[in-house]
Unconditional design. Structure first.
Length: 700
């Protein structure tokens, strides 16, 4: 029994303690230790009850995800749990922190479960493209009913201990010290003559299952789980829980678990699990870097972005000063914020009291001295370099010493902005994504002189406001937009070549994108794209580049905001417009752009995705992103790329970089080097049969 699991006894109560930091994951030594400890308990005649408890910050938080993809090693978790459950003496799981996945499954292998009020329990395997593969799909329905179990497993969301207690997943809530509370509970059970209660011997309550239940559940989850593989497998397991005996259903669960484990979806979603943790680590900024104290925040500019940005800080309980240029603009800005909150209340996701609390945290100012005591100032004004320089020059005069001066610019050069101040070390980009109070991505743009404590403070503050922050370098468009430009360019080029915009969008949507490139262009605003086109540094010399966007902007078709763009918008749903097709055709003729017949879906995806992957390789070579997985996090959190694709760089690895480069050669022959010459890094990896992931690992 390794030191990750220990056995001890105090009187008639045995304690089986797991100590496997950081989250007591069920690595092989832990599984072995559990098996041996429960055998020891069974053989210990003095022990009348056993408590399974964990050291550290949490109960077992699941199987050890780092073991996935390697050959499974005995003892398998289902086997350990079955042996635990077979104990003739009662066993109690004592839960604190988060009992998740295999952790909850192990707790369900105990005969009783107690938890402290702040604990949470859940089966989040679906977030990893998996299903609860250690009998969770069979035990949870027996404990809380099939509907509640499905809700928990399909959403992957943990239940707070109180709700789990009400539902029947936790038998006892213990206040105060967990070990003492669990011991008292065990003694009480013994005094009541409680017997081992084995979930596997229970029946599922079928009272809520009629002939339509599963079909209706399938329909109900379709939108939220579109394209994902694992949810349907979970549903099949729960169907088995009410149709076949436990042992057969467990066999079915195991088969479907292996299908999930071997799926490209799970590989992608597990990749993202680690990617989202890796991106919080900045290679040259130690995790113990002292941080600046942020108590009060200012947001300059009360437009849509500024309002959304201000909400993020208020939602985290921070005081925010919204600064505008005059009272009218300020009132309008505060009105935008209130309206956003009112919409959230109307959707039932916020109470009126919470709205009032947040609004009370947001005050207004029209003079700079109203923000001179703020610790962090986020500029969110119009995307114009001259205006931003003017503002930062003013901030340099009025902001308190040590204040972090952030710009929400989406493309402009942070170094150029910093250079107008006497404190370039305090300047950083905080690039939010619209809607700023909804999208989880935040690109932190590091200038040449940005101080390490500014970076560390920004990373920590991002977590406070529940954003996924990725540190990027200075270039036109940073990481996300810079890679999105070729994606949009390919969509635009195909429209010129006669491919219907709606076909391009449908293929992208079916691939998994939340919205196709043309719908996104209309959402962002064709006028915004056109402005980028005119400000694009080192823009490719190509008169056809985004020419349809320009022509549409010239006739006032800006997209959703004007009711017409690439599509017409009666409501929010896009309707193709023959006028746009005619404009594209006319421009194609004027520019001599050949029309394409019979474009395959495969070509559409290759041109959309591989153009991004190539740009991503250039970004890595230039050091604008620290790792390929950081780029993946950007696209999953900021551009609606589905988690089951893992992000553009992971997708390239999954396809095979040799295949990516081979496909690019087809387009290079048709369109030349400007867009389709493989980045040196990509060409090198393709040639050597390596992946971006392997490159990242070798690059430390
Ligand atoms: N396996 C291995 N490492 C893990 C891990 C796990 N299950 N969970 C977390 N870590 C690492 C993580 O990579 C990070 O490492 C450190 O622990 C702190 O994590 C059979 C098959 C528990 C809520 O999906 O949700 O059980 O970066 O930064 O914010 O049916 O970790 O420090 O080197 O996230 O306090 C199911 C996954 C697995 C839970 C804590 N369980 N973990 O959050 O810390 S599949 C899960 C979490 C399974 C069974 C199936 C969170 C947390 P490093 P952290 P946190």
């Amino acid at each position: 029994m390794g030191d990750v699991v220990s056995y001890s006894r105090e009187g008639e109560i045995a304690y089986i303690t797991v100590n496997n930091p950081p989250v007591n994951a069920l690595s092989l030594p832990v599984r072995q230790g559990l098996q041996q400890s429960f055998q020891k308990f069974a053989a210990d005649a003095e022990a009348k009850a056993a408590i399974l408890i964990c050291d550290g910050r949490t109960f077992i938080a699941g199987a050890d995800i780092t073991e996935f993809g390697k050959p499974p090693e005995d003892p398998w978790l289902p086997k350990v749990i079955a042996e635990m459950e077979a104990c003739e003496k009662i066993t109690i799981a004592a839960i604190h922190g988060t009992a998740l996945g295999g952790g909850l499954e192990t707790a369900m292998g105990c005969h009783y479960r107690c938890a402290v009020p702040a604990a949470k329990v859940g089966l989040p395997e679906v977030t990893l493209g998996l299903l609860p593969g250690a009998t969770g799909t069979q035990r949870l329905p027996r404990l809380i009913g099939p509907k509640a179990a499905l809700d928990a497993m399909i959403s992957g969301k943990p239940l707070p201990a109180g709700k789990a207690h009400q539902a029947g997943a936790v038998d006892e809530i213990v206040e105060g010290d967990l070990k003492a509370g669990a011991t008292a509970y065990a003694k009480r059970l013994l005094s009541e003559g409680a017997k081992p209660r084995r979930i596997s011997e229970m029946d599922v309550d079928k009272s809520e299952i009629d002939q339509h239940f599963f079909a209706e559940y399938r329909n109900g989850m379709a939108r939220a789980t579109r394209g994902f593989f694992a949810p349907e497998q979970i549903l099949k397991c729960v169907e088995a829980s009410v149709t076949v005996p436990y042992a057969d259903a467990v066999k079915r669960e195991n088969e479907l678990f292996m299908e999930c484990m071997m799926s490209t979806h799970s590989a992608a979603q597990r990749h993202l699990f680690f990617a989202e943790r890796a991106c919080t680590k900045v290679p040259d900024v130690p995790s113990n870097t002292p941080m600046r104290d942020i108590k009060k925040v200012a947001v300059l500019g009360g437009g849509t972005m500024g309002g959304g940005i201000a909400m993020n800080f208020a939602n985290a309980g921070l005081q925010v000063v919204l600064k505008e240029i005059n009272t009218e603009a300020l009132e309008r800005g505060l009105g935008i914020i209130r309206k956003n909150y009112e919409n959230t209340v109307a959707k039932g996701r916020m109470t009126p009291e919470q709205l009032d609390e947040c609004m009370a945290l947001i005050t207004g100012a029209i003079e700079y001295d109203g923000i001179s005591d703020c610790d962090l100032i986020v500029e969110a004004v119009f995307e114009n370099m001259a205006l931003k320089k003017e503002i930062f020059a003013e901030l340099d005069k009025v902001a308190k010493k040590g204040a972090i001066l952030a710009s929400n610019t989406s493309t402009l050069d942070i170094d150029e902005i910093a250079a107008v101040t006497s404190r370039p070390q305090d300047v950083i980009g905080w690039h939010f994504f619209a809607p700023a109070n909804v999208m989880t991505l935040l690109e932190l743009v590091r200038g040449k002189e940005t101080a390490k404590d500014v970076i560390a403070t920004s990373m920590a503050m991002a977590k406070t406001i529940r954003k996924t922050a990725v540190l990027v370098g200075v270039c036109f468009g940073f990481v996300g937009n810079r890679m999105f430009f070729p994606y949009i360019s390919e969509a635009q080029q195909m429209i010129l070549e006669g491919v219907p915009a709606e076909r391009i969008d449908q293929v992208a949507f079916d691939w998994g994108m939340a919205m196709g490139p043309n719908g996104v262009s209309d959402l962002s605003g064709l006028d915004v794209l056109d402005k980028v086109n005119s400000e694009w540094k080192d823009r490719p010399e190509d008169p056809a580049l985004w020419i349809v966007v320009r022509k549409l902007v010239e006739i006032g078709r800006f997209g959703q905001k004007t009711g017409k763009g690439i599509y017409n918008y009666a409501g929010r749903s896009p309707v193709p417009d023959p006028e746009v097709t005619a404009i594209a055709k006319a421009e194609a003729e004027r520019l001599g752009v050949a029309q394409l017949e019979n474009v395959s879906d495969e070509e559409i995806i290759e041109r959309l995705m591989f153009s991004m992957i190539n740009e991503g390789a250039l970004i890595l070579e230039e050091g604008i992103a620290s790792r390929p997985s950081d780029i993946d996090v950007v696209f999953v959190h900021g551009y609606g790329m589905p988690r089951y694709r893992g992000g553009p760089m992971h997708y390239g690895d999954a396809v095979g970089l040799d295949k990516v480069v081979a496909a690019m050669e087809k387009y290079r022959k048709r369109y030349g080097d400007t867009y389709w010459k493989p980045a040196p890094l990509l060409a090198e990896l393709a040639k050597s049969g390596k992946t971006f992931d392997q490159w990242a690992a070798s690059n430390g």
